[in-house]
Write a protein that binds this ligand. Structure first.
Ligand code: KG4
Ligand code: ZN
Length: 337
């Protein structure tokens, strides 16, 4: 069975073909980052229009590369995300499913992230604990089986990726700043500034990043007033990255212990962060699974594999699902049709 996966929830047009026997056979990604960079963040209308421009050519390219004329099923991101951008992927997926008379599977974007490590040869078995860290979400999820997700903790304010992006902006690194900030941090001293590790000593599994964001803003402002920002920005980046990573790791280890988790999955864009990957692997007493960095950030492959796993409950084309907000723990396990 070959499943075509379509991801258009934000500023990346991702398309892939997943084969239930041979794994990922073709994928393509077009990033709109340059289009949005001038505005310092994603502009929803521009995102929708660019998905319209790129999606069909990418689908053609991926199907050609996979040597597939018509897939056996189509999976698309139905939410959460920018509703206009979701409508583009959902609309095209629906039209193609009608024309090709193939089943259609709406997928929750975060379920895609959670299942992305299963695209790798060393794939985690259920159950596992997942640290899901992206531009819009920061959560610890107990994954018992496909569709059986319990959110154990999440951020009370900013997502960790958002904190990376805002800090990067303060340092003049453009948008999205996470990867650029991580690169700059390599040249800095992570002990240069004492920044807070919010919530680490509080009970519970929730995160908060607004205090850290404010603390780093004050440090950057002071450095700018003293005309030394250029000189110290690598130190600020390194101190911020260390504080953010320490915070994520402290909570994750605590929850993993309470849950007696033997397997840990790290997924979502911030999961590409090298320091987070290195330190979690060293500190977690069990096995840590990561998708390769390109599959941590938004992509079509994670939607295709989620679709393949949910094939049993696929429906027919007819209505486009596009949900701006959609809680992960509202999902259900697939029911055979
Ligand atoms: O999962 P994703 O591609 O999109 C969302 O669903 O949000 O995550 C994007 C986020 C951005 O905030 C980006 O700055 C961050 O992931 N990110 C990183 C790194 N690569 C991407 N943050 C820290 N270090 C990285 N290497
Ligand atoms: Zn994402």
């Amino acid at each position: 069975m070959r499943v075509l996966g379509i991801e258009t929830s934000c500023d990346e047009t991702g398309v892939a073909v997943f084969d239930t026997e041979h794994g990922l056979v073709a994928e393509a990604l077009y990033s709109q980052v340059d289009l949005h960079a001038v505005y310092g963040g994603v502009v929803p209308e521009i995102a929708s229009r660019d998905h319209i421009r790129c999606l069909l050519p990418l689908i053609r390219q991926v199907l050609r590369e996979a040597g597939t004329a018509v897939p056996d099923a189509i999976a698309y991101t139905a939410g959460p995300g920018l509703v206009g951008a979701l409508m583009v992927g959902g609309g095209l997926a629906n039209g193609l499913a009608l024309a090709w008379k193939c089943p259609l599977i709406p997928i929750h974007h975060l379920e895609g992230h959670l299942l992305a490590p299963m695209l790798e040869s060393e794939s985690p078995a259920f159950p596992f604990l997942a640290l899901l860290v992206s531009g819009g979400h920061t959560m610890l999820v107990s994954v018992r089986a496909l569709g059986e997700y319990q959110i154990l903790g999440s951020t009370l304010d900013d997502a960790v990726g958002e904190a990376f992006d805002k800090t990067a902006k303060l340092l003049g690194l453009g948008y999205p700043g996470g990867p650029a900030l991580a690169r700059l941090a390599q040249d800095g001293d992570e002990n240069a500034y004492a920044l807070p590790r919010p919530m680490v000593n509080r009970p519970g599994a929730d995160f908060s990043f607004s205090g850290l964001k404010t603390a780093v803003m004050l440090v950057a402002r002071k450095a700018r007033e003293n005309n030394e920002l250029e000189h110290v920005k690598a130190d600020i980046a390194a101190s911020f990255q260390r504080a953010a990573v320490d915070t994520l790791i402290a909570k994750t280890l605590k929850v993993a212990k309470a849950e007696r988790a033997e397997r840990l999955v790290v997924a979502g864009g911030v999961g590409a962060n090298k320091l987070l990957r290195k330190d979690l692997t060293a500190k977690f007493e069990g096995r840590v699974y990561y998708p390769r960095p390109a599959l941590c950030t938004d992509n079509g492959a994670m939607i295709a594999i989620a679709g393949a796993l949910r094939l049993a409950s696929a429906g027919e084309a007819g209505a486009i699902q596009a949900r701006a907000r959609w809680s992960l723990d509202a999902l259900e396990a697939p029911v055979a049709a």
